[in-house]
Design a protein around this ligand. Structure first.
Ligand code: NOJ
Length: 733
């Protein structure tokens, strides 16, 4: 899939030999579409403003329809632009025509965009989808997004976001697949396959852009863009593996992250960009900066001015400048002064051209006329997939006295402002959706439940209405309270210092519970929340995240019992915010948290999470028996018997963990090594077998060397990271 033909390789060399320095630098320049005429804001900032709620989608559309936009036509004609962020296929074709037919060498533009969890068909935010533990699903949803976006001319996704994230205060935990390096790596591989591997038509695949490279998820105190410091063993064992895996899978491009890593911003970091990504992992394509990040190196205090920042970035291996124009304005002079070599420029240009060639843009630069408009009405199979993804991502956290599922004939009161908000189902970083395609929780519930009334009662942006609460209690046999965070409370630049439910939401739950009617809390949120109070008081809790366009139907299927929930958490949920960062696979201390005072614990909070990684209930129950570990030449065969002990068909996520008991550096108390989804009929029992290659049982030391050390290993299998069966083996590698 990655190889270019000999002819394509020759074409690249031929182009390189004809290009002037200006044209070469042009290939390293991604321009923003500036909004002019009173709205002097770069296009991507406008998108961010809409995404984080500073302006509504309607306001955005209004600005776009009245504002004049600068698409840099003259610069494109002169070969000074390589890439733009646009999703309008007609505009794409118009600009592409200038590049292909009017620029001297006819090199096509590459149009990129944030297509994080779907394009027109939005599926669950990554932290939710990861909880399905369904790699086939990860791949399919990516493939669907690739087709839809390419149908709009977008051939390059700034996705997947594969930052391991362990601090739920960080707003961007919503965009990524959670806290575990193995799950994140499997997610990364599947997304790359889905985005990149269907070459049956040029319109079916896009280039992935892995982000944010690297360790952005470890930003200190969960505050976005903050500094990151870590020892090499943590970088190699936890934050790099998803990038390594995805490059192995063929990922074409990477985005450098905003943060500094041990004092060097990732934008200008030769160790991470050149040494690791290019020389060790062999990234085939190019590295792009994050938005404005080259300029921000001056603010970081690592570059004296913009030119210095540009020189440091390109020399470090950062190939394309997103949005600052610094390469465009300063690189020529830097080359002439000998501060940047022609080899560095040529390598960067070659990488960009390779990706354009690999995408087929030289042969198929345009969106075919017959494709334009195809996705105005979403294809039924895309909608069906969005629904399946949403259903599989829901996690049942609590279900006292089997309150759920609810007989659809019962009288149900749905409450909470969030229930009735179509724009709140899509989650952070959704750009290309249309409200007409979104099914709110209320829409979905109305379709499925025969006797249902809606009482707004209050929400994150409205006051509690006690009269409504009384009416809701009077009408319903059960109350479904939809509570949580607005989309704008997670995602980029949306860190929270307190990750409990917003006060007004908890107040509303209290008042609903006081009525004496059974209450089910359906959570809509973009991060793990600290649910200590809710876990104690609310009898049933459903974690429904931001599930995308089919959210309402998926929630209704689960609440009615048409679908038995099978999602498990991809991130630990703390008891209180003060425990953050909290994650199951932590290194052991010399004094693991216990009851006695001088152990690693808090005076005012427990040691453990509230809900651990991998946790999720079902309407049925599963038991695990007969764990057996057999040593083979190059692997361990681990088997376990899983039984559905309840009365409904259900799916369990069977998880394999290990622990290296004694090693030359402190190892995690548990590490996920494999998982599978097992669907069982009531009473059915199945033997599940994992093959764990011994090669995968090692770790990186502080020199970045991979070590396999002889000794004792614990093997665990279970339905979450806390409750597992256990066995011990001694291994010599
Ligand atoms: C900033 C974000 O960090 C990144 O994820 C995104 O791809 C770029 N902006 C472009 O919109």
């Amino acid at each position: 899939m990655n190889r270019l033909t000999k002819q394509q390789e020759e074409k690249i060399q031929d182009l390189l030999s004809q290009m002037t320095l200006d044209e070469k630098i042009g290939q390293l320049n991604q321009e923003s579409v500036s909004i002019v005429g009173g709205f002097d804001v770069p296009f991507e900032e406008l998108i961010e403003m809409m995404t984080d709620g500073r302006i509504s989608q309607e306001e955005f559309e209004k600005i776009m329809s009245t504002a004049e936009q600068d698409y840099h036509e003259d610069d494109i004609r002169a070969g000074r632009v390589s890439s733009l962020m646009i999703q309008d296929p007609e505009k794409v074709n118009e600009l592409q025509k200038i590049a292909v037919e009017e620029s001297r060498l006819g090199i096509p533009l590459i149009f990129g965009l944030d297509v994080i969890h779907g394009f027109r068909s939005v599926y669950p935010i990554a932290i939710a989808e990861a909880g399905s533990f369904d790699t086939e699903l990860f791949e399919k949803t990516a493939r669907m997004a690739a087709k839809e976006s390419r149908g709009h001319g977008v051939a390059w996704h700034f996705a997947p976001m594969i930052d391991v994230a362990r601090d739920a205060r960080w707003g961007r935990v919503s965009e990524g697949p959670g806290e575990d390096p193995h799950l994140v790596s499997e997610f990364a591989r599947a997304k790359v396959r889905g985005l990149q591997n269907d070459h049956s038509s040029p319109g079916n695949y896009v280039a992935a852009c892995l982000k944010h490279y690297v360790a952005y998820g470890a930003c200190e105190s969960g505050r976005d863009y903050n500094t990151t410091s870590m020892a090499p063993y943590m970088l190699y064992n936890t934050y790099l593996p998803p990038f390594k895996a995805a490059v192995e899978e063929g990922a074409q491009t990477v985005m450098a992250s905003f943060n500094d890593l041990n004092g060097v911003p990732c934008t200008v970091n030769p160790f991470t960009l050149r040494k690791i990504l290019k020389e060790t992992y062999h990234l085939p394509g190019f590295v792009v900066s994050d938005a404005n990040a080259i300029r921000e190196c001056v603010t970081h205090g690592i570059a004296s001015d913009e030119k210095d920042a540009g020189i440091q970035a390109v020399n470090a291996g950062l190939d394309m400048d997103m949005g600052t124009g610094i390469y465009r304005d300063h690189l020529k002079e830097a080359v002439e002064e000998g501060k940047v070599s022609m080899d560095v420029i040529d390598e960067a240009v070659e990488r960009v051209l390779r990706v354009k060639m690999w995408l087929g843009l030289f042969d198929h630069p345009y969106v075919p006329e017959e494709v334009i408009g195809t996705y105005e009405e979403l294809p039924a199979e895309h909608v069906a997939l969005a629904r399946k993804a949403a259903e599989e991502s829901i996690v049942l956290l609590k279900n006292e006295n089997e309150l759920l599922p609810i007989d659809p004939k019962k009288k149900v009161s749905v409450v909470g402002e969030l229930a009735d908000k179509r724009e709140e189902v899509v989650g952070a970083w959704s750009i290309s959706w249309k409200e007409k395609d979104c099914v709110s929780v209320l829409d979905g519930m109305k379709e499925r439940f025969e006797n249902l009334e809606y009482f707004p009662c209050g929400g994150p942006s409205t006051e509690i209405n006690e009269e409504e609460i009384e009416k809701a209690a009077k009408y319903g046999d059960v109350i479904i309270a939809v509570v949580g965070e607005l989309v704008s409370m997670s995602g980029e630049a949306s860190s929270r210092a307190d990750i409990t439910l917003p006060d007004c939401q908890r107040e509303m739950l209290k008042k609903l519970l006081e009525t004496g009617k059974p209450v089910v809390a359906v959570l809509m949120n973009g991060r793990p929340l600290a649910l200590e109070w809710e876990a104690e008081h609310v009898p049933a809790i459903v974690e429904a995240w931001h599930l995308g366009i089919q959210m309402g139907n998926a929630v209704a299927s689960v609440l009615s019992g048409d679908v038995n929930p099978s999602g498990h958490l991809a991130s630990s949920f703390p008891v209180v915010t003060g425990q953050c960062p909290i994650y199951y696979n932590h290194p052991n201390t010399g004094r693991p948290g216990g009851k006695s005072k001088f152990t690693s614990r808090y005076l005012d909070a427990p040691y453990d999470s509230l809900y651990p990684f991998g946790y999720g209930l079902s309407y049925t129950a599963f038991s695990f028996e007969d764990l057996a570990v057999e040593e083979r030449e190059d692997s361990l065969a681990v088997s376990v018997s899983v039984k559905n002990t309840g009365s409904r068909k259900g799916t369990e996520i069977v998880q394999l963990y290990m622990r290296d008991v004694t090693a030359s550096i402190v190892r995690p108390v548990k590490e996920l090594k494999d998982f599978c989804r097992v669907e069982l009929e009531p009473g059915e029992e199945r033997k599940v077998e994992f093959i764990l290659p011994k090669q995968k049982m090692g770790f990186y030391n502080n020199e970045g060397e991979y070590c396999l050390e002889n000794g004792e290993f614990k093997i665990y299998v279970g339905g979450n990271a806390r409750e597992c069966m256990e066995s011990t083996v001694n291994l010599s590698f």
